[in-house]
Design a protein around this ligand. Structure first.
Ligand code: MRU
Length: 338
């Protein structure tokens, strides 16, 4: 099993996702600031993976403390640092809240017990995510038919989670249940999570795929070459609206127009019950340089301005179903899930 994140002997190991597919490099993170930096620059990315990494970031943040009187202030500091990394994926805030809760419960106990309880909680968040993804895979595979050509966007695979993946988890499960499927992988500009990461994962498992440019999706739908679309999610509002990688909304509109089912696969930790509608979800704006440069190579006139929203919002009306570990839900029904 591919693990993008691993805790080993007091160190957080992550696969550097900015180096894939050229290099497989495992980074060893030893403090909370390194974890925050890794999240901010997408060395570790994907909503559930960000949550898991942040939970271990909290552990690293208090790991070196030897004086009990310093823990309260350090916890506050560490959580603030991790919260400030990326705004859209709610799994980050969800995981940090779980860590905070565990701290409150164990506060005042011996320092080594407090540290142990935090590590335990991070391990739980990690394990629960893998379990949830496998369950999403089982439910989702039931929606896939033999011969389907499935379009996916960005990377919602093992790399984006603790393991197995959400949208790619469904694809994995369908493939493992002997359904002959093919995956079309949107390259996912500007940072190419589709062509770099999703293609890399599919190749490891010998699942048939082809990479397409983001703008080819409409034409291929019109040609009848796509049967289903499955994507992940960074945050789902209580009404079922979904924030996901920029370009997802365009795909949903296209799928709706062509009568193609559009599925979102996500664990229930991605549902934000505090937000009524998708328009309330904070959308991360990233550096214009991610648009005007590709891996250092300038691809626009120098000084050319660019706008770089990293996510968009797909209204629930365009979503056929949301596949969670608790079942396949109509978007309007996520409100009932606790
Ligand atoms: O900017 P990224 O690469 O972190 O964006 C990731 C996505 O949009 C994924 O589709 C989403 O987090 C779901 S991952 C299971």
């Amino acid at each position: 099993v591919l693990l993008s994140i691993r805790w080993k002997d007091g160190v957080l190991e992550i696969i550097d996702q900015t180096k894939l597919p050229w290099e497989y490099e495992v980074l060893k993170l030893t403090n909370c600031r390194q974890v925050a930096e890794a999240i901010r620059c997408l060395k570790v990315r994907g909503a559930p993976a960000i949550g898991v990494a942040a939970a271990y970031g909290v552990v690293l943040g208090v790991w070196d403390i030897e004086d009990e009187s310093l823990v309260d202030a350090r916890m506050l500091e560490v959580i603030a640092i991790l919260r400030a990394t990326r705004p859209t994926a709610v799994n980050l805030f969800w995981a940090l809240e779980r860590m905070q809760q565990v701290y409150e419960t164990n506060r005042g106990k011996r320092l080594d017990e407090v540290k142990r309880s935090l590590l335990q909680e991070a391990h739980c968040i990690f394990k629960e995510d893998i379990e949830a993804n496998k369950q999403i895979g089982r439910y989702g595979a039931g929606l896939i038919e033999d011969g389907d050509v499935i379009l996916t966007h960005c990377n919602a695979g093992a790399l984006a989670t603790a393991g197995y993946g959400t949208a790619l988890g469904v694809i994995r499960a369908a493939w493992n249940s002997k359904k002959r499927i093919k995956v079309l992988v949107n390259e996912t500009r500007p940072l190419l999570q589709g062509s770099r990461l999703t293609a890399w994962e599919l190749q490891q498992e010998n699942i048939p795929f082809e990479i397409i440019t983001d703008s080819a999706a409409g034409f291929l739908m019109q040609q009848g070459e796509i049967n289903k679309v499955i994507v992940g999610a960074d945050r789902i509002a209580a009404n079922g609206d979904v924030a996901n990688k920029i370009g997802t909304y365009s795909l949903a509109v296209l799928a709706y127009y062509h009568g193609i089912p559009f599925y979102v696969a996500a664990p229930t930790s991605t549902i934000d019950h505090s937000l009524k509608k998708g328009e309330q979800i904070p959308i991360e704006m990233r550096s214009p340089e991610e648009v005007t440069r590709i891996y250092g190579l300038q691809i626009a006139p120098s000084e050319a301005p660019a706008k770089n929203p990293a996510f968009d919002i797909t209204p629930h009306q365009l979503i056929t179903a949301i596949i969670t570990e608790k079942g396949v839900l109509k978007p309007e029904d996520v409100i009932c899930v606790k």
